[in-house]
Design a protein around this ligand. Structure first.
Ligand SMILES: Cc1ncc(C[n+]2csc(CCOP(=O)(O)OP(=O)(O)O)c2C)c(N)n1
Ligand SMILES: [Mg+2]
Length: 162
């Protein structure tokens, strides 16, 4: 189970002990953007095992083309695209330092335009859905896991809207 980049990795560490037996492939070092390519590689290396990619939004954009290769290879990957509409890790650091100029704030947001990851995935050949509630996320996840091949769920839950 490859993880995505910054925040999903931390969240997953909290629930991993109660999860079914799995392997976790986390970010190595600090360079973001490895989540989707690592998920693809895992699916090719172990085609008989389902792969779940917990992928953050900003880092997904670094290597979004991996979705196309997932489609072409029919890789059995369920991508849960966790969209918080920004670079939360950078915002946390900026808040700690506390002197980010007002005009710099939009540079760490992923809005204007917002990214429709389900549309991006569909356009690249990966079937996709969008979830706005945890219930939607749960049933979409179950369906995606059951079906073979790549799927993407755009989880638009808890996005910062201020
Ligand atoms: C290759 C690379 N470029 C830039 C950075 C700096 N960086 C660290 S976290 C981050 C934002 C990541 O945003 P996202 O993937 O949406 O995760 P979030 O922080 O929102 O959980 C950036 C740009 C980095 N670590 N590696
Ligand atoms: Mg983010």
């Amino acid at each position: 189970m490859p993880e995505g980049d910054p925040s999903p990795a931390g969240a997953f560490a909290e629930v991993a002990p109660g999860a079914a037996r799995h392997d976790a492939l986390g970010i190595t070092g600090l360079a973001i953007g490895q989540g989707l390519p690592v998920a693809l590689g895992a699916a090719i290396a172990a085609p008989d095992r389902p792969v779940i990619a917990l992928q953050a939004d900003g880092s997904a954009m670094y290597t979004i083309s991996a979705l196309w290769t997932m489609a072409r290879e029919r890789a059995d990957v369920t991508v849960v695209l966790l969209d918080n509409a920004g670079y939360a890790s950078i915002r946390r650091e900026a808040d700690r330092i506390g002197d980010m100029p007002q005009r710099a704030a939009p540079l760490i947001e992923l809005r204007n335009p917002a990214i429709d990851f389900a549309a991006v995935a569909e356009g690249i050949g990966v079937p996709a859905t969008s979830a706005d509630t945890t219930d939607e996320l749960a049933w979409q996840f179950e369906a995606a896991i059951r079906a073979r091949g790549p799927h993407l769920i755009h989880a638009r839950i808890g996005r910062r809207t201020d």
